[in-house]
Ligand binder design. Structure first.
Ligand code: AQP
Length: 330
């Protein structure tokens, strides 16, 4: 029997942060043997915010290289760039016609991003979830690993697929959503009530980026907000800062939260933060080494990118064709 299909993507909107790694990339890695996985650099999504053209290409290559450096095998998986497969935009247009304005208006990310980009509330920001639905449905993906913040978009993707199939028969695969039990929402280090972002610009101490040097990681960790209890205990309501650090530690060291609590019993926050910082540094070290090796030869990276796009297009063209035929295009 052929393997089931997995699809997911990350925007090249900055250096991926620890939240992207724990919430998404760790699951990408875990799925690569059992499934036929497609992992995408979603550059079309990234232009809902203005990007400097002279930097954008480098950001795309950086994320592509980081996928591989973080442990995704480019032979086993299909790793590619969204804009290299034009069917993403093509299917997104079709699906726009099966999505209601009311549904898009309810998306919390649209509301948040509109508040953050008051001078550029473009239509792409509004129809972003339709493009995301197209990304997933274009490959007949059975499973989509994501962090908690993308749940609402994926639920809409399922609704669109179900709606389309009700009209035309079983054309699109309705995907399942996969969210990690621990680490689905890594929080800002200095504001643990809000999600850590890779596009953090206000306070760089809030996010740890995958290319941060060890001394930067340790300094950011030192400044992470905790509380005045001096008790390392998982309690998201009353101790959001400490719980966030425990989550990071548990996911990176594969020690359960309970065992981690026991490990830090009687220890002060300085000791605890130092240990979490070291776990992050040791996780990032091999990723950064491999990243440097890959970026020393961008031409070789571009060959891998081209191969990935060819593999992706072979599947995308087929689904696009079936979807178009179902609607009645000749
Ligand atoms: N803090 C997080 N914790 C767990 N998972 C997260 N993801 C993002 N942040 C966290 C997951 O990472 C995948 C890629 O999402 P993205 O490219 O939208 O990442 P982002 O960091 O949210 O991007 P930006 O550009 O920084 O976004 P905004 O503009 O919202 O600030 C997804 O699976 C996501 O769930």
């Amino acid at each position: 029997m052929s393997k089931k299909i997995v699809f997911s993507g990350i925007q090249p909107s900055g250096v991926p942060a620890l939240g992207n790694y724990i919430g998404a990339m760790l699951n990408f890695k875990a799925l690569q043997d059992e499934y036929n996985c497609l992992y995408c650099v979603v550059d079309l999504h990234a232009i809902t915010v203005r990007r400097a053209p002279e930097l954008f290409g480098d950001h795309v290559r950086r994320l592509f290289a980081l996928y591989i450096a973080a442990g995704l095998d480019p032979e086993k998986n299909t790793i590619f760039v969204q804009s290299h497969v034009p069917e993403h935009s093509q299917l997104a247009w079709l699906l726009n016609c099966y999505t209601y304005v009311g549904e898009l208006g309810r998306m919390t990310q649209f509301k948040d991003k509109s508040r953050k980009n008051e001078d550029n509330i473009n239509a792409g920001l509004y129809t972003y979830p339709v493009l995301m639905a197209a990304d997933v449905l274009l490959y007949g993906a059975h499973l989509v690993p994501i962090g908690d913040d993308q749940k609402q978009h994926m639920e809409l993707c399922r609704d669109i697929a179900i709606r389309f199939n009700k009209i035309y028969g079983d054309v699109l695969v309705v995907p399942e959503i996969m969210i990690p039990k621990i680490g689905a929402r890594i929080m800002k280090l200095q504001d643990p009530l809000h999600k850590m972002d890779k596009s953090e610009s206000e306070n760089l101490n809030n996010s740890i980026f995958l290319l941060d040097e060890p001394d930067i990681v340790m300094a950011k960790m030192k400044k992470a907000v905790t509380d005045s209890d001096a008790l390392v205990k998982y309690d998201t309501e009353n101790k959001p800062g400490v719980s966030n650090l425990l989550t990071i530690y548990s996911r990176l060291t594969k020690i359960s939260i309970q065992d981690a609590e026991r490990e830090f019993e009687g220890k002060n926050y300085g000791f605890f933060k130092n240990a979490v910082g070291e776990a992050v540094v040791e996780t990032l070290r091999p990723i950064q080494d491999e990243y440097k090796r890959l970026r020393a030869d961008d031409a070789a990276l571009d060959v891998l990118m081209k191969k990935g796009a060819e593999k992706a297009r072979a599947i995308a063209a087929k689904v696009m064709d079936e979807t178009s035929k179902a609607i009645g295009f000749i």
